[in-house]
Design a protein around this ligand. Structure first.
Ligand code: GDP
Ligand code: MG
Length: 297
């Protein structure tokens, strides 16, 4: 048909090319020591997605994190390849050493931008590995009334570099009402301080009603209250990832117990591409503009 010149296949071409190359995604966890960061990332990805792989022993996995540690896994699902990296950070002990461990995190993010910038300016621009941090889960303790001054200070230094998604760690320490109140005051604080966390995009109006509903529920749950566990417990004949207490079991994947599944769905199946796009278009662009205007970076 000579009315068409064929560019309508462009989306498909782009798609096919990126499918062939595979996708790269890097997630970083930041926050005070002991809030369940390492446990959560292990619960989020290692257990279920990597059933057939050699999963590190439980003892390895819950060791106190003392340095920045990157774990990378190549996963393939229906012909789509994903290289998923988790950057686990040491975490802060107290206000005194928070500065040091924090500097390690920001330096890591900058270093990945710098590497990308160097590669992009080099001769072989075609096969650049994208090691940039696409999302940072910032852990807030469950026991405060809102964000602490320390958290605000740290988040403020990160929010222009990386997509920050806030999570309340160890949420099994709180009742449903306490969680709701804590979420409200955190959101209020952020608004007062004009801090920009990752902005979840508007849902397209042509999405179906189920998707829109899921999107509304997702946004209503921010900041996500999560519970992590590396223990599999049997409840009524069903094996669940949970925490056993004298009074019963917290099933981390039960949406009534925590926002764990919402967080994982968001990261893996609904917002990964948007997190990558925002990293490229906003955070990396900022970095790049700075490099160019200062003629160095
Ligand atoms: P990190 O320092 O932030 O990496 O924290 P870890 O993942 O090493 O966890 C510190 C301790 O808290 C360990 O004993 C975990 O078993 C425990 N823990 C981890 N996640 C949770 C949670 O969601 N709820 C509770 N109650 N304890 C947790
Ligand atoms: Mg840790």
């Amino acid at each position: 048909n000579r009315d068409y010149i064929g560019f309508a296949t462009l989306p498909e071409q782009v798609h096919r090319k990126s499918v062939k190359r595979g996708f790269e995604f890097t997630l970083m966890v930041v926050g005070e020591s002991g809030l369940g960061k390492s446990t959560l990332v292990n619960s989020l990805f290692l257990g279920d997605l990597y059933k057939n792989r050699a999963v590190p022993s439980a003892a390895d996995r819950i060791d106190k994190t003392t340095k920045i540690e990157k774990k990378t896994m190549d996963i393939e699902e229906r012909g789509i390849r994903l290289r998923l990296s988790i950057v686990d950070t040491p975490g802060f002990g107290d206000a005194v050493n928070s500065e040091d461990s924090f500097r390690v995190c920001t330096a890591y993010i900058d270093e990945q931008f710098r590497q990308y910038f160097t590669d992009e300016s080099g001769l072989n621009r075609r096969n650049i590995q994208d090691n940039r941090v696409h999302c940072c889960l910032y852990f807030v303790p469950p026991y405060g009334h809102s964000l602490r001054q320390m958290d605000l200070d740290l988040i403020r230094r990160l929010h222009k570099k990386v997509n920050i998604v806030l999570v309340i760690g160890k949420a099994d320490a709180l009742t449903t009402t306490e969680i709701r109140k804590l979420k409200e005051s955190i959101l209020q604080d952020l608004e007062n301080q004009s801090i920009q966390l990752y902005q979840f995009p508007e849902c397209d109006s042509d999405e179906d009603e189920d998707f829109k509903q899921q999107d509304r529920e997702l946004k209503a749950s921010i900041p996500f209250a999560v519970v992590g566990s590396n223990t599999i417990i049997e409840v009524a004949g069903k094996k669940v990832r949970g925490r056993q207490y004298p009074w019963g079991v917290v099933d981390v994947e039960n949406p009534n117990h925590s926002d764990f599944i919402k967080l994982r769905t968001m990261l893996i199946s609904t917002h990964m591409q948007d997190l990558k796009d925002t990293t490229q278009d906003v955070h990396y662009e900022n970095f790049r503009a700075q490099c160019i205007s200062q003629l160095s970076c």
